[in-house]
Structures are given as C-alpha cells and as structure tokens.
Design a protein around this ligand. Structure first.
Ligand SMILES: [Zn+2]
Length: 198
C-alpha cells in the first residue's frame, strides 16, 4: 500500500455501491493494467466533468442548456412524470409506454438523512407547472414512506394549479421497491394503472 494508492482507494470507496474491498480491487486493476485503459478513463472523466451538466428545465443530464428529452418535439408536452433519479427516468423510458416529459428531483424527502425540500429539484418543478401547459402530473416515486411523503409535499406545496390532474403510479411494484429495479412489463402496468392522487 502506498499513499497514492490509498488515496485512490479512498476516493473509489465513496462511490455508490462500492465497499472497501471492491474499491481495492478496482484500484489495483487500474494501476496494474495501466497503460491505455487508465489513460482513457482519466480523459473520459475529465471530459465528462467539463461537459456534462444538468438540464436547466428537468434535471436530466445534458451537454447543452436543454436535454434531448426536453428538446424532443415529438413528445407529449402536456404530461409530466416526476421521478426521483435519472436512472428511474431511463427505466420508465425503456418500458416504451410513456411519451411525455420528465422532471427529476434527484432524491426524495428524508428528514432522517437530512434531505429537506431545499436539497431537491422543486423550484424548477414549480416554475414549470406555471409556465408550461401541463394537464397531468404522474408521481412516479418509490413505494415507501419517503416516496409517499414526497408525493404529499408536491401535492400540497408545489402544485398550486388545482385543475391539473395529479396521479400516482400503481404499484405492482414491490413495496419499498425502487423503480429502477422494476422490469419493463411491471413498469408498463404501474403506469397504466396509475390512480388519481388526493
Ligand atoms: Zn430536460
């Protein structure tokens, strides 16, 4: 173990899903297999860090001001699907049943983990509801206490226009289950069986 190796391992360990042992394995692999791969990895990281940013409308990733979904003229502009994470949006889009727009919160309310309303992408949701012609908002948040609390907060504090139809996706999804782990068929039925949220 060298100081630089330890530093690299510590950085890797903080990535989601990586514990100390996987961080160690990856660090070793990178340094032993070195030449091209390491070089390319460093370059891709640098380029991505410089170019990739959040879409100022929905919170998706983009290299321009607007992301490809917000820019897509063929999408239904009257329906907005609110999700916790970008990965949830990918999962729903892969199910091919939904053709509207998205809004990514980048998390859910969780007082126990110190996540309050200010930490989530609520401000731009509020202004979208005012400035866009949205007829329906589909709350596609996870089926647990925090997901439910977030839905409630949106309904009470974000959606001032009460003529908008607010729905919650149906749950064939397992209780506590994350959307990203659901298969396309489950997601399709969850979207199709969405219910009015009151
Ligand atoms: Zn966007």
């Amino acid at each position: 173990m060298t100081p630089s190796f330890e530093k690299l391992q510590n950085e890797l360990k903080q990535l989601p899903g990586l514990g100390r042992r996987s961080a160690e394995r990856i660090a070793l692999d990178l340094l032993v297999v070195k030449p091209d791969r390491l070089d390319n990895l460093v370059k891709s990281l640098q380029t991505a860090a410089e170019k990739v940013k959040q879409c100022e409308i929905c919170g998706n990733l983009t290299e321009d001001d607007k992301c490809s979904i917000c820019n897509d003229a063929t999408r239904d502009k009257f329906t907005l699907c609110v999700v916790e994470e970008i990965t949830d949006m990918f999962a729903i889009d892969r199910s091919e049943v939904y053709k509207g727009l998205y809004h990514i919160l980048h998390g859910k309310l969780s007082p126990i983990n110190g996540v309050g309303p200010d930490a989530l992408n609520f401000n731009s949701l509020k202004s979208r509801i005012v400035s866009e012609d949205i007829n329906e908002i589909i709350l596609s948040l996870s089926n647990d206490i925090e997901g439910e609390a977030t839905c409630h907060f949106i309904q009470e504090n974000i959606i001032e226009d009460k003529s908008i139809n607010v729905t919650r996706i149906g749950f064939g999804l397992p209780s506590g289950g994350d959307i990203v782990y659901a298969d396309a068929v489950t997601l399709r039925s969850a979207l199709e069986s969405r219910k009015s949220y009151k």
